[in-house]
Write a protein that binds this ligand. Structure first.
Ligand SMILES: [Zn+2]
Ligand SMILES: [Zn+2]
Length: 321
């Protein structure tokens, strides 16, 4: 068992090890090779499911680099993007229509900050991966490959930009982690939680869907990522419930943000349970093709840059005296 490691206020456990940490025989990582050689290796090798156990951060970074050219992500000062979720904003508004509506209905109860790791443009590779990793209709190997990519993306993002997220939420770091409950009575652990729970050693806050409130949730992410699939759900403070969480600072992770109603309903439930702060990180901010084209989203115009995130710009920081 590897020791837990605290990286910038957030604790990682399981088999994700810091390259600078003590190595175990036979799994030595090469110090100083985490950057460029990895990029070359990832570019020339097809993606495969990660071997178990994971061999460390350099391998996770390789997986991120391999998918980075396909990804588009919101820059910190993205013009025309929603100030809340970074999707395309409504014309003349600082926010998109659903976020505007949420704010009117529930200001003060929503997440303190929402940080999408990347855009998930309908029909594009990231949107496809976000439903494929949990689709029971696909072969196990395909699901595992998608899961490995998304796991790497989330873990590396939290490691590199967790502090940006906490800072934007006005907190020192989360005390709890949670996922937005999945739907349709799917048994077992939430697929996103299953993806990362071995690697994030933070207590989980249990959110559960109230009867009748969860039925469309999974459909939401899966269908909306496919051509022709549309779902609009309303903000509902009663959709989810959580145990008592007095003073908790909760990191909500979710795979796909479509209207944000589910994630914001989850934030409301967490606050009702006593949470003092809620920060939401989503793997994909879903955007329709036409909206993406109109807003100029895409890997060329808004590339995914591993050193920046939606709430911090490495380039801007570097220019400061
Ligand atoms: Zn928005
Ligand atoms: Zn950042």
């Amino acid at each position: 068992m590897n020791p837990r490691q605290n990286v910038r206020g957030f604790t990682y456990g399981g088999d994700v090890r810091d390259p600078s940490a003590a190595e175990e025989p036979g799994t030595a990582e090469e110090p100083g090779t985490a950057e460029e050689p990895g990029a070359v290796r990832a570019a020339v090798q097809p993606l495969r499911p990660l071997p178990f156990p994971l061999v460390g951060w350099p391998d996770l970074r390789d997986l991120v680099r391999a998918q980075a050219p396909l990804l588009s992500a919101p820059p910190v000062e993205g013009r025309g993007l929603c100030a809340v979720c970074r999707g395309p904003a409504a014309s003349g508004s600082p926010r998109c229509f659903p976020c505007d509506l949420h704010l009117q209905c529930a200001q003060g109860s929503l997440a303190d900050v929402v940080v999408p790791v990347a855009f998930a443009v309908k029909g594009g590779p990231h949107a496809r991966h976000l439903w494929q990793y949990k689709s029971a209709r696909l072969p196990v190997g395909t699901r595992a490959a998608r899961a490995a990519m998304l796991r790497a993306l989330l873990l590396v993002f939290l490691r590199d930009h967790g502090t940006c997220v906490w800072r934007a939420a006005g907190i020192a770091g989360p005390t709890h982690l949670t996922v937005v409950p999945t739907a349709r009575g799917r048994p077992g652990v939430h697929p996103l939680r299953e993806l990362v729970q071995e690697y994030l050693a933070v207590p989980w806050a249990e959110l559960s869907a109230r009867p009748g409130g969860e039925q469309v949730r999974d459909l939401d992410a899966e269908l909306s990522a496919r051509p022709g699939g549309e779902q609009v759900r309303d903000l509902d403070p009663d959709r989810f419930s959580a145990g008592r969480l007095p003073g908790a600072r909760v990191l909500v992770i979710d795979d796909t943000w479509t209207t944000g109603s589910s994630a914001q309903s989850a934030a409301m439930a967490l606050r009702r349970s006593g949470a003092s702060a809620v920060a939401t990180v989503v793997l994909g901010r879903h955007v329709g093709r036409a909206d993406a084209a109109a807003a100029g989203l895409g890997p060329t115009a808004m590339p995914f840059r591993p050193r920046s995130c939606a709430v911090h710009n490495d380039d801007v920081a570097a220019r400061r005296p």
